[in-house]
Design a protein around this ligand. Structure first.
Ligand code: TA6
Length: 297
């Protein structure tokens, strides 16, 4: 496993060729390629990678609030989706499996760990959310796929509550040929229709702006499958993340985002976002939360 890192990003390549690139800014995965070099994530051509704003694409990390929560005093003054995706994370190191003699190259994997805590958080964010916490975000690349997960610890004397979500932009060829399955009969909040609560019947298809928070009816360990033209291209498994958000901005919202390029790029992406975003996860002093996703292809 080849690891390289400068002060802005960490890259890893497996012996079989798969690769991942992670910006220290936001601990944002900005590239994930299969062994043939096919990019699996969508990244806007106008995405800011200089830390001036959250990355438009890849896997932005949402914490400690999803969206904005005007009626939640502790997080109501935070920016949309919280501070994690706008913060400088530290590279804590890597561990790779190929070091053990028993693994063949096709079993290689590498785990990259990133850290953010109240000790490293910028003063402004700390003033807006004054809790003592530490977070470790792990990105694990294998020959089968990519896992990303966050461990949050309450290091303080006060309980706090949070939301977290992995805002994954999956790269696809044609949004009109996409079907998302595994969400059948699930309740969802439709954010493009007055946040009404609805129930999903059949596969999810995308025919316009789509912004839905699903609570999968099949339970927490059921995969969400993205198929294109009838064949499966991604499977998303959750670990301790209760919801799945399905988002596509479509024409108008894409036009309205200055960092969304090309403007018809919405045809080549679908956000399948594993998170715990309905209600709040409470951490008592000393408590630890662990939530993760595994995307395979
Ligand atoms: O995940 C869906 C969503 O909450 C949408 O409502 C939209 O706001 C999207 O996130 C992107 O948010 P951003 O702050 O990255 O522009």
């Amino acid at each position: 496993v080849n690891i390289s890192h400068d002060n802005s990003r960490v890259s890893a390549v497996l012996p079989t060729g798969e690769s991942v690139d992670v910006l220290l800014f936001g601990a944002t995965v900005i590239s994930w390629k299969d062994r043939a070099g096919n990019e699996k994530l969508w990244l806007s051509d106008a995405a800011k990678l200089d830390g001036s704003k959250a990355v438009r694409g890849g896997i932005p990390l949402v914490f400690p609030v999803f969206g904005t929560a005007p009626d939640h005093a502790a997080t109501s003054s935070l920016p949309q989706h919280g501070f994690a995706r706008n913060s400088k994370w530290e590279f804590l190191g890597k561990s790779s499996s190929e070091s053990s003699p028993s693994t063949s190259p096709s079993d290689a994997s590498v785990k990259l760990d990133f850290g953010l805590s109240s000790a490293t958080l910028d003063e402004k964010s700390k003033s807006l959310w004054p809790f003592t916490f530490s977070a470790i975000y792990s990105v694990t690349l294998t020959t089968e796929g990519l896992s990303t997960g966050i461990v949050v610890t309450n290091d303080g004397q006060e309980p706090f509550e949070f939301q977290t979500l992995l805002h994954t932009y999956l790269r696809i060829k044609d949004i009109t040929k996409i079907e998302v399955t595994g969400l059948e009969d699930s309740e969802y909040i439709d954010k493009v229709d007055g946040a009404k609560t609805k129930s999903q019947s059949g596969a999810v298809t995308i025919t316009g702006e789509t912004d839905r928070v699903y609570t999968p009816a099949k339970g927490p360990s059921s995969p969400v499958i993205v198929s294109e033209g009838g064949s499966e291209i991604f499977s998303v498994l959750r670990d301790n993340l209760k919801e799945i958000v399905v988002w596509n901005p479509w024409t108008e919202k894409a036009a309205g985002m200055g960092d969304f390029e090309p403007k018809d790029g919405f045809k080549n992406m679908i956000c399948i976002e594993a998170g715990s975003v309905r209600g709040w996860t409470a951490l008592e002093p000393g408590d630890v939360f662990n939530g993760a996703q595994t995307i395979s292809y």
